[in-house]
Design a protein around this ligand. Sequence first.
Ligand code: SAM
Length: 264
Amino acid sequence: MIKLKYNQHIINKNLGQNFLIDSDVIRNIINSINPKKTDIMIEIGSGLGALTTHIHKFLNKLFIIEYDKHLASRLFLSFGNVNSIKIFVQDVLKFNFSCIEKKNYDSIRIFGNLPYNISVILLLYLFKYDNIFDMNFMFQREVANRLVALPGTKSYGRLSIISQYHCKIMRLFDVYPRSFRPIPKVSSTFLRLVPYKNQEHYVKNIHNLEKVTALAFNKRRKMIKHSLSELFSENILIKLKVDPRLRAENLSITQYCILSNYIS
Ligand code: SAM
């Protein structure tokens, strides 16, 4: 089997390796993140350092996380002597983001051209932390569309509700496949997610929001009086001012929160 290489690195597809090569896109990312000396930043998946090289010059402290050992040794070669950079060679899904806080930083800013295969699971992992100021991430376009989707649209679903419950999400710009090597089959979009300090919506128990949305969207085309019948009678839905004839995609986040709080 032919091994695909970029810049003398053998691509590991399982780690979602598509390296940014477009200097306009790199500039757009840095400008939109707008790094400041006092920011404590963490980059997820630094790869060959396409973003690291530029952004670290603006910062006093940058933590970078890279899982691939070959790439990590290249990062040590490039940045091992840079005092402001600390390199972690580990799986970001096992990284303890509170360990940064213990070192007296108020809140952290995270960014990255994410490996697409773990982007959703990573977001759900990051939502558990309360010391994050913002997250600036490249996503597969389809996932970005789901993250920002509004009720009544095709992309609106559980991911939109859970993510918009936790964060204010801004779509920054789209990126073409040709900006990466190897060229991916999908297009990308860069988003900013800012976790709410004071929750815009409130649920007593987040697991109930997960449960209600799972039931509703498992039977997306059914009216909620049927899909949610296990949890709510038609009368209760009416009492909670949620029209029982609506379908999962027509309920607002506030309505999902009301339903979740009722079963809490
Ligand atoms: N930042 C580089 C760039 O823009 O060119 C590389 C981006 S590439 C899309 C994703 C990077 O994340 C790769 O370097 C990959 O090895 C790394 N990665 C994949 N899974 C990871 C994980 N679980 N934890 C940390 N890094 C991971």
